[in-house]
Ligand binder design. Structure first.
Ligand code: M6R
Length: 588
């Protein structure tokens, strides 16, 4: 959560940082702030969305050294005082942070006892005061910052500008930070998007590394204090991919990109897939782990591995996985699924496995992300940036790769590739104008509902859960997914007259039971929206999807993504930036 940008170069840093923060707004959008050096450091900050701010009304002069922040509040309410950057005493430096200082209460108590006064409720101010405290015994700001940072617990990244030396000092441990290297300019950012319009050369900072940016840059290990050489990597995303273009929202753009993104995800080195399949087959205990939508993909993966490869894969959400650490050994294999590759809960699951010397493979979209760097093998989704908060194109690509791995694990890689490429073509055919219009009409029809239920069985149980999260997050309608068979054990009591219930009825061994479950709902007044290759008299509304066997989750979730999108728009919500959420969840 939270987006950080820093700039040092010859351009107007305020403009670069402002634009960069707009690119990062999906990481948090409750408040924002920019600090720029022009003799003195000046800070401008406010509550609200950075997208509504222009360079003219920012009111900052041309500056070649600037930092900025877009906030997703953790400690302290959403107000101007708590917004970043935060000044040091005497305005000698200004600092922004992404993360949570887990020991902030303890540190704040100690600092208060030493006479420090706090004006905000944030954990960020604790870092500022801690640095000031360290400066009492070490006048060098870089050394004081490193020393203070080493006292923090939790996943954090900080960036500060120093008035005296006119440099940027940044450190990361657990939260993402990268350094873009342009021509006589440097840009620090929480992810790639702010860099794209300036440079494709990037250094991904590793945990416990600091970078000092002046006319050049130096990277240090914050434990040993030694300077380090780091590889400069070239990013293969381009700036156009990160633009909305003619689309009203990124969410719609990204849904429609699924015409080709599944195919792009399938472009992998066959040897790499075979090697991963070997690791899966040789492991003693395979765990598919992700959060939110990526978690639902993992759950779907357990069914795909069971059906295609006769293999038991365990599933847990990232935040729950560490509770199973008792079972993890050096023979365990974690399949980590993450669009951003920066989700704190997923990273913690990876650490749990690493602590026991187990192996990690990952499916990630963002090149150079923390999840990718901590994996023995990684499959990149090749989907370009996914910017809308709701995951769409990454979901279907992750599903496709998960199913492909199941095929490869069963020694049927070629068959899997053929099948999934056909599925990709069928998704392309689905996403025509008429299909979009019919889902828009359905959204208009049910937009006033207070509840929507979704049922599925087998691999589509995972998609019932995913459908619910999609509808919840962008439409704010209470939506819940259930296993079709579980309904009669309790949730059926909630069905009332006219309540929309979406039944994911794949043409597989669950079909007959799913239709019975849909009938049970209909008998109690539910309005049945069937998502199925064939119509059925039980359905009050039919959403047609192609019959694609075990890959049915891919085609079933696409119309639900569209329905969620149109529900959001029909209810006057911005689907790209729904309330309370952020795209990259880098806190626990
Ligand atoms: O970047 P990740 O895939 O690790 O993100 C995991 C979840 O935070 C994410 O899928 C979230 O649930 C989405 N907003 C769902 O659309």
């Amino acid at each position: 959560m939270c987006g950080i940008v820093g700039y040092k170069g010859k351009k107007n840093g305020c403009e670069v940082v402002l634009k960069g923060l707009k690119d990062l707004e999906y990481r948090g959008y409750d408040s924002w702030g920019i600090a720029a050096l022009n003799g003195d450091i000046r800070i401008v900050k406010d509550v609200g969305k950075i997208s509504e701010i222009s360079l003219d009304n920012l009111g900052l002069e041309h500056s070649e050294l600037a930092i900025g922040h877009t906030r997703w509040a953790t400690h302290g309410g959403v107000n101007k005082i708590n917004a970043h950057p935060h000044f040091a005493q005497g305005e000698t430096f200004a600092l922004v942070q992404n993360g949570i200082v887990e020991n902030f209460q303890e540190l704040r108590g100690e600092l208060k006892a030493k006479g420090h006064q706090f004006t905000t409720e944030t954990d960020t101010e604790v870092i500022v005061k801690l640095i000031e405290e360290e400066q009492k015994s070490n006048n060098d700001l870089k050394a004081a910052t490193i020393s203070a940072f080493n006292k923090l617990k939790g996943r954090n990244a900080i960036v500060l500008i120093d008035k005296e030396t006119q440099r940027i000092i940044a450190i990361k441990d657990g939260s993402p930070l990268m350094l873009g290297i342009g021509e006589n300019e440097y840009i620090l950012a929480s992810d790639i998007s702010p860099l794209l319009s300036h440079t494709k050369q990037v250094i991904f900072l590793d945990d416990k590394e600091a970078v000092v940016v002046n006319d050049t840059y130096q990277i240090f290990d914050i434990v040993s204090g030694e300077e380090k050489e780091k590889k400069v990597q070239t990013i293969d995303w381009d700036v156009e991919q990160a633009k909305k273009g003619e689309y009203p929202h990124f969410m719609l753009k990204e849904i429609l990109e699924q015409k080709h993104t599944i195919k792009q995800a399938l472009v992998q080195d066959p040897e790499l897939i075979q090697n991963i399949a070997k690791e899966i087959n040789n492991a003693f205990g395979v765990y598919a782990v992700g959060c939110g939508t990526a978690g639902k993909v993992c759950l779907a993966g357990t069914y795909a591995f069971s059906q295609i490869a006769g293999k038991h894969v365990n599933f847990a959400f990232g935040s729950e996985f560490p509770n199973f650490h008792h079972f993890i050994t050096s023979k365990s294999l974690l399949m980590a699924v993450s669009q951003s590759g920066e989700t704190a809960d997923t990273l913690e699951a990876i650490e749990t496995v690493k602590d026991k010397h187990g192996k990690v493979i990952s499916l990630v979209n963002v090149m150079g992300s923390s999840v990718m760097r901590q994996s023995e093998y990684s499959l990149l989704l090749n989907n370009g940036p996914e910017i809308a908060v709701a995951s769409t194109k990454a979901t279907t690509s992750q599903l496709a790769l998960m199913i492909l791995l199941a095929y490869a694990s069963a020694g049927r890689y070629d068959e899997g590739m053929k099948h999934l490429n056909e599925v990709s073509d069928k998704v392309g055919e689905m996403l025509g104008e008429n299909y979009l219009s019919s889902l828009k009409e359905l959204a208009e029809q049910i937009k006033g509902s207070s509840d929507i239920y979704i049922i599925g069985r087998g691999i589509n149980y995972a998609m019932a859960l995913e459908a619910a999260i999609k509808i919840q997050e962008v439409s704010y309608i209470h939506a819940e997914g259930f296993a079709g068979g579980e309904l009669k054990h309790g949730p059926i009591a909630l069905i009332s007259q006219g309540m929309p219930c979406i039944a994911l009825v794949a043409n597989d061994e669950t079909k007959a039971d799913m239709l019975s479950n849909a009938m049970e709902i209909k008998s109690r007044g539910g309005y049945i929206i069937g998502v199925s290759p064939e119509n059925n008299e039980i359905f009050d509304y039919w959403i047609k999807v192609p019959d694609v066997g075990i890959a049915s989750p891919i085609v079933n979730i696409v119309p639900i993504q569209l329905l969620a999108y149109y529900l959001s728009v029909a209810r006057g919500i911005d689907p790209d930036k729904p309330r309370n959420l952020a795209k990259s969840v880098t806190v626990k």
